[in-house]
Design a protein around this ligand. Structure first.
Ligand code: FMN
Length: 332
């Protein structure tokens, strides 16, 4: 049976997983502002899900893993991203997210975070391709146990210390993921150099040979849909993934560039986001919302002073009151 990946019109544009940024609150705001074709959750620890496997612990209102796995219908199709280096735990977690109603399961094979790599997960899997393939297989078996046909995809990079597209990409494609997102940098490059979109066509050519059914998504430095369309057209990818381009711009998938949004609508969106943020259960520290303040309250005279005031707030009501009484320079 065809998965939702097969039914997406091309090119398609998807929201990147970003820990503590694209949480349930921001995803909801983005869905309401012009939804992406596919939404990713932040990454979730498969081992964490495995270790809370008694049903009661799993459904405990205080379980932060369940908080990260909340979603609204407007976010569909929604893909849950998991990380692990242990096939049995990956299988279990894939079964759980399929049972929870997610439309897809994605395996993280690109995260450079030391705490993730120490577990042998994330980017470390590029150094252990056999295990990477086994994890995809395990996730597929886990999903099958749920009784639902949920496609398994992978998000990775172009190599570890150096670009190894010709070795790594065919290897991971041999596991036949439904989709493969390639962040066009090596692990070593972190996000410090421009993404190598010039290499994307090689990934696409390998897909054509090794796994024609796999959808290929390019990622890295895509600012907005205009930029995405151009990068996809030049590279032959099926779609593009946007991460940091959503900072302060939840309308990016509606085709708007940051500079086309007004300070007034950005501040109103920030107040809405603060409200959604408070509705997440169990609650996250209001502190985490503050990286959004920097992105939304930006780009007008007096923005720095307003940001400083907003940073002092501790609730959505307090933030909304300041935003409501603020006179933007152009309006005074
Ligand atoms: C704050 C932050 C958190 C991220 N968290 C994740 C994550 O949980 N899983 C993942 O696969 N990538 C994660 N990434 C990487 C992004 O998904 C994306 O690959 C990267 O930012 C490059 O795309 P961009 O230039 O469009 O931002 C994160 C990036 C940022 C900036």
């Amino acid at each position: 049976m065809d998965s939702f990946w097969q039914k997406l019109p091309k090119p398609f544009f998807v929201l990147a997983p970003m820990a503590d940024v694209t949480d349930a609150a921001y995803r909801r705001l983005i869905a309401e502002s012009g939804a992406p074709d596919v939404t990713w959750t932040e990454f979730v620890s498969a081992d964490g899900l495995y270790h809370t496997r008694e049903v009661q612990k799993m459904l405990d209102a205080e379980n932060p893993l369940m908080r990260d796995l909340q979603f609204t219908e407007g976010e569909r199709p929604i893909v849950a991203q998991l990380f692990s280096s242990k096939p049995d735990m990956m299988a279990y977690a894939a079964e759980v997210v399929a049972t929870l109603g997610f439309d897809g399961v994605d395996l993280n094979m690109g995260c450079p975070d030391r705490s993730i790599e120490k577990q042998g997960a994330g980017a470390a899997l590029m150094k252990n391709p056999e295990l990477a393939v086994a994890l995809v297989q395990a996730a597929k078996e886990g999903v099958a146990k749920s009784g639902r046909a949920v496609p398994v995809s992978v998000k990775t990079r172009i190599g570890y210390n150096k670009e190894t597209i010709d070795e790594w990409i065919p290897k991971i494609l041999s596991a036949e993921p439904a989709a493969l997102t390639v962040h066009l940098r090596t692990r070593k490059e972190m996000s410090l150099v421009p993404a190598h979109w010039d290499l994307m066509s090689r990934v696409v050519a390998l897909r054509d040979v090794y796994a024609p059914g796999t959808r290929i998504i390019g990622n890295g430095d895509v600012r907005d849909l205009t930029d995405a369309r151009q990068k996809v057209a030049e590279s032959g990818a099926d779609g593009a993934m946007i991460g940091r381009g959503v900072f302060g711009n939840p309308w990016v998938f509606a085709g708007r560039a940051y500079d086309d949004t007004s300070p007034a609508e950005r501040l109103a969106a920030l107040a809405t986001l603060a409200r959604y943020f408070e509705e997440i259960t169990p609650p996250k520290s209001f502190q985490i919302l503050k990286k959004h303040i920097k992105a939304f309250a930006n780009g007008f005279p007096g923005a720095a002073e307003l940001r400083a005031t907003l940073m002092e707030t501790e609730s959505a009501d307090e933030l909304a009151a300041i935003v409501a009484s603020y006179q933007l320079p152009s309006e005074s």
